[in-house]
Design a binder for this molecule. Sequence first.
Ligand code: FES
Ligand SMILES: [Fe+2]
Length: 357
Amino acid sequence: MSMATTMLVIKPLFSPLIHHQSSRTARLHHHTIPTPLRRVPTHLPTSLASAAAAAAPPSAAESLVDDFDPELPIEEALTPPSSWYTDPSFLDLELDRIFYRGWQAVGCTDQVKSPQAFFTGRLGSVEFVVCRDDNGKIHAFHNVCRHHASLLASGSGKKSCFVCPYHGWTYALNGALLRATRIKGIRNFDVKEFGLIPLKVATWGPFVLLNFEKDVSPNQEVESDIAAKEWTGSCVDILGNSCIDPSLTYLCRREYTLECNWKVFCDNYLDGGYHVPYAHKGLASGLKLDSYSTTDDKIFVERSLQDSERVQIEDIVLCEGVQKGLESPAYCSGRYAPTVENAMYHFHGLLYRNLKG
Ligand code: FES
Ligand SMILES: [Fe+2]
């Protein structure tokens, strides 16, 4: 038995399209908010304050992290300030402290199931390509030509080698430079030193994981169990080796571009279903859980994809509306509904701790 699934990849999470607010708007946020609406700064205990004073001064973005207090219980807590969602320097800090550290799920193993299959993507400013070579070994590289930095591959599909669309330099699926065109007369050039730059890659269950940290070992593929442990910590014991229900199969991938900060979408997903009866009236009335079946029934799959599409569009409208509200000088922080928004509160606490390093 298999279940139709849709892999929903939200572009802001994987691309610099993560909403980059103009610095003008960011300045507006800091300098024109009426005083009564400003968030009262969190004060450090004296011992911590003196330790901090002895260290290097925090960047502007690092200072913003402390405008959220994760120690307050959910019943008393304020949500993170709007600057977390609008300040470009805050996004840079998130990329540095969160997305470029540790493992990130970037695709499904079914996308590189057979030899010569590949897919490309982007996280922050990192362009990457994942492929399986003729021997069945998986690889990941920066998707950047070593000649003049052209992007090498685009989209997904099958290729026996990567030929740069600019001047034709050609790379094997293991990253080696096979052919550098028209380089007659070049000196001090070793073809072995101009292969694609590797990235650490691992698979776990249906996930392809990449790690963007700089220390790439010659063998870029990391053992599943090591990557899984590093990615999920103690959760790996609960999830087990197969990670998720192995009967789930990859059906298709759809991409949506949202004009909002990536966290707005996460918050939307983590509100404990709070918004469902108000914003997804069709979904709330259409789910008949008692008769819910998971056959591969073509009609079920089609219907499921259509419903999913409608919910996505509804969420996009919500998220883009929230982003506009966050950019308004009238708003700084909100509150949590304690009985339903626990997951969102937990997410913000995790973010805080990751950003503090
Ligand atoms: S940039 Fe790739 S061959 Fe010139
Ligand atoms: Fe939703």
